[in-house]
Design a binder for this molecule. Sequence first.
Ligand code: SF4
Length: 366
Amino acid sequence: VAKAIDLVIISPGNNKIIYQDLAKEYSAIEPPVWAGLLAKFSRNQGYDTFLIDQEAQGLSSDQILQQGLDLNPKLIAIIVYGQQPSASTQNMTMAEEICSKFKSQASNMKTLMIGGHVSALPQKTLEESDTDFVCQGEGVHTLQALLKMDDLESSSQLDNVPGLWHRKDGLPFFNGPAPVIPEKELAVTLNGIAWDMLPMGNYRAHNWHCFDHINDRTPYATLYTSLGCPFKCSFCCINAPFGKPSIRCWDPDFIITELDILANKYGVKNIKIADEMFVLQEDHVMRLCDLIIERGYDFNFWAYARVDTVKDRYLEKLKKAGFNWLCLGIESKSKHVRDGAQKGHYSEQDIIDVVRKIQDAGIYII
Ligand code: SF4
């Protein structure tokens, strides 16, 4: 049977289970950044691509199965990240449910899982779920190599796909990691999110993000300006897809073009910078702020920082560019818990001092 399209990308969503009653009104519904990046990459490569955002579209796994059957793709890629990219495990139950539906109803359709959890536990994912393939890594090279293949059943061809785990003679087989995209190639290879493939009218900010304008939580968007984090906190899995602690930044001159689209085409003001560590590299952050200020946009951002990465000289410009909320990842009020988390070497007084400085600049802390 001829395949109707090349690729269906699914962002699985479990918000009613993860957030329970909070999902009705308070929690955010966020554009899936990695699914959007990979969808645009695939389309740029000339592959006919369709993107499903389960949470934003309110679809059951049966409805997704039906869409898959109707679209009859060569490959189904399930991109498993959370609203925080590091929080993908919570979505694994739904990702596995979707894989199982395809396995039982359309076993000829091949499924690939990509994401933080599956990169951290690729073999276990292959052993415990019904997915055909697991990607260990950020996914670009793995996806591209699979889409180039004539026959996704060919074990000898699968053996050459970088970053891929598959079953060979019934046993998990890994061909070795794929290289990550070099920083200077980010804006070419991952050149933005496929906003036009997402239901942009369905996203909403967290309620706290919009306390000053609570009835304007929609439209809303999330955006990466960098990937990864150079720190090595013992509990954090953010670097699992990248192989080691590192950070790569998109050029601010590219990021501003994404913000132009969000502001001018979709009327977005509320934005989460999804970077796990945004306030880190002064050149990157200050240049992006300058570009936003030059444009005169009225954004309401939230972003991540750390107690030891926020410098006094950043704050005025951050606020002027619309960074109204910073999340410091303090992790706990308890020194005992913080020490156990092995995050950074700063005292309780350092935390208090930084929080006060940020608040004095008119920026809220989360
Ligand atoms: S600073 Fe944050 S993102 Fe970076 S390793 Fe630590 S917890 Fe993870």
